[in-house]
Design a protein around this ligand. Structure first.
Ligand SMILES: O=C(O)C[C@H]1NC(=O)NC1=O
Length: 243
């Protein structure tokens, strides 16, 4: 199958790391093409950043249409542009927060989320409610580690995340940890080994869930609100992206 992996921020090194995390778990027959928007923030750490990231996701899904991906993964914990992408293709489209929440809910009666900037916790909390996963999540905790500081991070940053996770497991009485940033994907195996509980990286889970949906022959519904966008002119730099 062909998997389109979109890093919604514009940092190539992060796109590469995300692709490596997905390829590490992908089946041999899964071809992964990793892309990022041609515009927008180098990292997504606010509502403002996310507004541009969502448009960037829509851009990349539209541009990739000719390649006809069998599935799309939006590799950012805010799942930006998820529903726009689902309108723009009949392939299954997954964020990384939604699959991670559901995987965690199958592995423990309660899980905690460890994310980057504390100001983004509200975004995860809103997604938990939107996906019906708030009943399983016992806490969302920021570390105030900037997203791009995760790239090639040192032992101090890894220790800070481990300490935050260990505190969350105790304080929340959780049984699992969800990593609240695609940039944490390379840390997942080490954290899982150190913490002794399931640590869920949404990039890997999304890639495998995408394979499962494609393998089952399931596609995004085109009945109702995920039907293709209504044709209309687009003005300015976005005009090639019209429907
Ligand atoms: O919301 C966050 O803090 C994490 C989110 N930002 C980003 O650039 N990639 C992410 O996964």
């Amino acid at each position: 199958m062909k998997l389109l992996l979109i890093n919604p921020n514009t940092t190539q090194a992060m796109t590469d790391a995300i692709a490596e995390a997905a390829r590490a778990v992908a089946s041999p027959g899964t071809e992964i093409v990793a892309v990022q928007p041609s515009f927008g923030p180098v990292s997504i750490e606010s509502h403002y950043d996310e507004a541009f990231a969502a448009a960037g996701v829509a851009e990349q899904v539209r541009l990739a249409a000719a390649w006809r991906p069998d599935a799309v993964v939006i590799a950012c914990f805010g799942d930006p542009g998820l529903e726009a992408a689902r309108e723009a293709t009949d392939a299954p489209v997954l964020g990384i927060a939604e699959p991670a929440f559901h995987a965690a809910g199958m592995l423990a009666t309660g899980f905690s989320v460890i994310t980057t900037m504390t100001r983004t916790c509200i975004m995860a909390e809103r997604l938990l409610q939107r996906y019906g996963a708030d009943q399983h999540c016992r806490g969302v905790h920021g570390t105030d580690i900037p997203v791009l500081d995760l790239e090639g991070c040192g032992v101090e940053t890894l220790q800070q995340i481990e300490d935050a996770a260990r505190e969350a497991l105790a304080r929340d009485r959780s049984g699992a940890i969800v990593l609240g940033c695609a940039g944490m994907a390379p840390l997942c195996a080490t954290l899982s080994q150190r913490l002794g509980v399931p640590v869920i990286d949404g990039v890997a889970v999304a890639a495998k869930f995408a394979e499962a949906l494609v393998g089952l022959g399931l596609r995004t519904s085109k009945h109702g609100d995920y039907a293709p966008p209504l044709p209309k002119p687009f003005v300015g730099w976005a005009s090639p992206l019209r429907w």
